[in-house]
Write a protein that binds this ligand. Structure first.
Ligand SMILES: Nc1ncnc2c1ncn2[C@@H]1O[C@H](COP(=O)(O)OP(=O)(O)OP(=O)(O)O)[C@@H](O)[C@H]1O
Length: 231
């Protein structure tokens, strides 16, 4: 499981995370809810090594992650689907998927078939450029690219942002499938309450860099959560 303990993160003098602690267990979907600017992406940058933390510890399966470069964390099984997808627009869909080979030993450098079972559109568009895909297709590609790295934990930054409802459904189904079939841990941050409520096993709510609620999804107080999501 992923354990985040008392983590602080700064951008210069501005503090984006304040003593944040959370756990994301194997075989469960952990969702962090919060409105724009409360620190959700910063939390994922801390987990994936995109930004250094200024206090606390982050460990996965008992190994300390903080201090490792993003590449080292990918090698230890941290798969990342960043906000805005970050697809390479001039590379083909196949080449985008193959960028996920980097942390893998040579024998594992193949694209698992289950990516195409989950997202058939990727197979039909293998030789198209990433930049030609719709936002929803790019999100599926970003999840596929993370799956190529054979993650033990998948970390997703607002996977529903700017995506049409039918593709949001496909993405929700894929996330559930990954939890159930592989037993991986899934940590996702979201502003979309209904998506989170349908999918999550455990929910945290963040406000201004602080965790203000932690609980099982079925006990989530929806009006209270909505209050935290309204500006
Ligand atoms: N590179 C940066 N330099 C300075 N401040 C930053 C930087 N990135 C984020 N911040 C600030 O840190 C705070 C948390 O931002 P963060 O992106 O983590 O929030 P968020 O909850 O993910 O919001 P969003 O949904 O808009 O991405 C905000 O006040 C933001 O302005």
């Amino acid at each position: 499981m992923l354990t985040i303990e008392n983590v602080n993160l700064h951008y210069g003098a501005a503090q984006a995370l304040r003593n944040v602690s959370l756990t994301a267990e194997m075989g469960r979907i952990t969702c962090v809810l919060g409105r724009n600017g409360v620190g959700k992406s910063s939390l994922l940058r801390a987990v994936t090594g995109q930004h250094p933390i200024s206090g606390g510890t982050i460990s996965f399966g008992g190994d300390k992650l903080d201090g490792l470069a993003p590449y080292g964390r990918a090698k230890r099984g941290v798969g990342y689907v960043p906000q805005g997808r970050e697809i390479f627009p001039l590379l083909t869909v196949r080449e985008n998927l193959e960028t996920g080979f980097a942390p893998l030993p040579r024998n594992d450098r193949n694209i698992p078939d289950e990516i195409f079972s989950l997202f058939p559109v990727l197979q039909t568009m293998l030789s198209r450029r990433g930049g030609d895909l719709s936002g929803g297709q790019q999100q599926q590609l970003a999840i596929g690219r993370a799956m190529v790295t054979r993650p033990k934990i998948l970390v997703l930054d607002e996977p529903t942002e700017g995506i049409q409802p039918s593709i949001i459904k496909d993405i929700g189904r894929a996330i559930r499938y990954l939890r159930d079939s592989t037993g991986m841990a899934i940590l996702l941050v979201e502003q979309y309450l209904d998506f989170c409520r349908e999918l999550a096993d455990k929910v945290y709510i963040m406000d201004r860099g602080v965790i203000v609620h932690e609980g099982e999804a079925e006990t989530l107080d929806t009006p209270e959560a909505r209050r935290h999501l309204t500006v």
